[in-house]
Structures are given as C-alpha cells and as structure tokens.
Design a binder for this molecule. Structure first.
Ligand code: TRP
Length: 352
C-alpha cells in the first residue's frame, strides 16, 4: 500500500501534539514504526525508497524510527563500524528532516526489551517460516561462511521491533515486504495462542519502493557499492551520477534513447514535473546521456542543498545526536516494558 492509499485509514492526532508515550493500545491505531540498518550516511535509494515516507508520516501519525544495530550484528562484526555507521545514519535522517520534536528516533540496543519480545515470539514461530524467508536464503548465498543463528531469527526480531509499540504502519522499501508479511503472521500466531493483543502491521511503500543503483540493474545499496551518496562532497556525487549505466543499447550520440529502461531518465521523475520533456529529448536524440546526467546531478544537489547544510551544522555539535537517541529510547521505555509485562502475564512467566 502507498501513503496516498492510506490517507483516510488512520486518525489524525491534534496538530503539534507531542508524540504520545501512551501505553494504551487502543490509542496506537495511527502509530508508525520503521527500522533502518546502521549503514552510514543515507543514499538516494534510502530516501526515495522509504525515508520520504518516514518524513511525511511525521505529520498525522505517531511515528517511531529505529536504527537497528542488533540486526547489523548478523553481517557486520566490527563494532566500531556499527557504532560509527549508526551515528551517521542518525545524523543523515535528522538532516533530511526527521524532527525529534514530532517523532521518535532511537537506537535499537538502547531498548533491549526488543530482544526479550523476540525470544517470546520465537516460541510461536515454526522454523520453516524463517528458513524460507527470502532474505535468509539470500544471505546464505552471499555470506556462506557466516550463516549465523541470528540471521535465522532476524525477521522475528523485526516483528518484535514493530509489535512492541503496537505499530500499525511500517514505511519500508519493497525488499522488506516479505519481512512485514512475516511480522503479521507472527503476531497472528501469538494472538491465536495467547489472546488478541498485538496489532497486525501493514507495509507502506513510496511510489518508488525499489530504486536501482548506478549499475542500472540492482537495488541501490551500500553493500553493492552502487549508491548515489546524498551527503558526499559535490565532486564525488557528480562522479557517481556520471558513472551511471544508462540505456546500454544507445551506443552513438545520435541513437535514440529509451527512457523507459534508462535509470537516469527514470530518476528524473522525482526531480521535476518536466521529466517527460527530458525523456522526449532522449527519445529524439536531441540530448545525450551526458546532458541528462549533468542535469540530474544539478537537481539532486539543489534538492538536497538544505539537508547537506544541515548535516554540517548537526555534525558540528558533538553530543547532540547521542542526546537525541538517548531521549528517544527513554520516551519508549514505558510502552516497551508494558508490552513485555502483558506477555509475561499471558505466557505464564513470573508470579501472577
Ligand atoms: N530489515 C530492515 C532492513 O533491512 C530493517 C528493520 C529492522 C526494520 N526492524 C524493522 C524495518 C522493523 C521495519 C520495521 O531494511
């Protein structure tokens, strides 16, 4: 589902109301949760694929965003890299417009209740569900020497992340569709065994839930080295755009281009209403790939000029990001402990 499709599905909290820290489940109908890997400063794919919705959903929803450092342990084993990349991702989100006055930004490991709920959930999850998860199969292929147990429980922790705050909406890229679907199934299985309590979350996509990288083929992703880095120095960003693979059948400058397959043309969709006239220029070979790339780089730089300046300002204030993350985690403490308490009660843990 896209954000547009959802406009009448959720209640609108009073404008300017602070994000509630309520523990009342009924009051959480308009709650949003998403998690992002600590992968350093955001790239264009992060922004167009999901972060646009993170920012849009601060209005009218009660939004919670999490840097998922526990999840990062499944693939990254250098602690300093995780710590630095978590900080950079937080900085980038704040620079892009995530406002800690209106939504909550926190680091997963600052709320260890997620791990406890993950364990409680794992007791209702058949092993076959996690073994057949596409991301697990993918990791088994891409990191065959490191098929650690945490990879298998990855989607159970993700379900716990969402469910611990009873979030109903999960803005993500399309690669996360299977995980959100699994979260629904896990919550349903728990509710069936222990009685209705958790909300079944729904994924919310942007109109571009999968942005291709500079190779023009695979999803833009840091691990594939095909990103356009929104916060890179200007020369570096221009170089990344220049390196983009376009229509591989357009060999000569005079050959007509095919905007439907050209990734540069496709990205122009998000940087101006006039993209169809840019496409027409390509089709008629009036313009060449070099022109179209230069224009794209100009537009990316101008669209993100403010965010790039804000990043500098934020980065110059040591301790600020840490303070925001800490305060975010603190605001979530009552809800996290209440959810775990109810689970204990229903599942038979501790004294009555
Ligand atoms: N698996 C997600 C990703 O790789 C990150 C994530 C962890 C997440 N927990 C989440 C996303 C909860 C949405 C909701 O992008």
């Amino acid at each position: 589902m896209t954000l547009d499709a959802l406009s009448d599905a959720a209640p609108t909290p009073a404008p300017g109301a602070p994000p509630p820290t309520t523990t009342d489940v009924a009051a959480t109908r308009g709650r949003v949760f998403s998690g992002v890997q600590p992968s350093g400063l955001p790239h264009l794919g992060n922004y167009l694929g999901a972060f646009r919705n993170y920012i849009a959903m601060q209005e009218g929803y009660d939004a919670i965003y999490c840097i998922v450092d526990y999840h990062a342990l499944t693939s990254t084993h250098d602690g300093e890299v995780i710590r630095r990349n978590a900080r950079e991702m937080a900085l980038g989100l704040l620079a892009l417009g995530l406002d800690p006055e209106r939504s909550i930004l926190f680091r997963q490991s600052d709320r260890p209740e997620h791990l406890e709920l993950s364990w409680l959930f794992s007791s209702v999850v058949p092993v076959s569900w996690v073994e057949r998860t596409p991301s697990f199969k993918e990791k088994r292929r891409t990191q065959p020497d490191d098929v650690n147990h945490a990879l298998l429980s990855y989607p159970v922790l993700q379900a716990a992340d969402i469910a611990i705050y009873h979030a109903g909406y999960v803005p993500v890229g399309s690669d996360q569709a299977a995980h959100v679907e699994l979260a629904r199934e896990i919550v349903r299985a728990w509710n069936t065994r222990y009685g209705d309590y958790f909300v079944e979350p729904k994924a919310v996509f942007t109109d571009s839930p999968m942005i291709r990288g500079t190779d023009g083929v695979t999803k833009m992703s840091k691990s594939l080295g095909n990103t356009i880095d929104l916060f890179a120095p200007e020369a570096e960003l221009r170089k990344q755009v220049t390196s983009m693979v376009t229509d591989t059948q357009r060999i000569l400058r005079t050959d007509p281009g095919r905007p439907e397959v050209c990734n540069v043309c496709q990205l122009h969709r998000y940087f101006g209403e006039d993209y169809e006239s840019i496409w027409e220029g390509e089709r008629t070979a009036r313009t060449g790939c070099v022109d179209t790339k230069r224009l794209l780089a100009d537009r990316i730089l101008s669209r993100f000029a403010e965010a790039r300046a804000r990043l500098e300002e934020l980065a110059a204030r040591p301790g600020l990001v840490e303070e925001i993350l800490r305060a975010g985690a603190e605001r979530l403490a009552p809800q996290a402990s209440e959810t775990v308490r109810v689970c204990h009660e229903r599942m038979g843990l501790g004294p009555r």
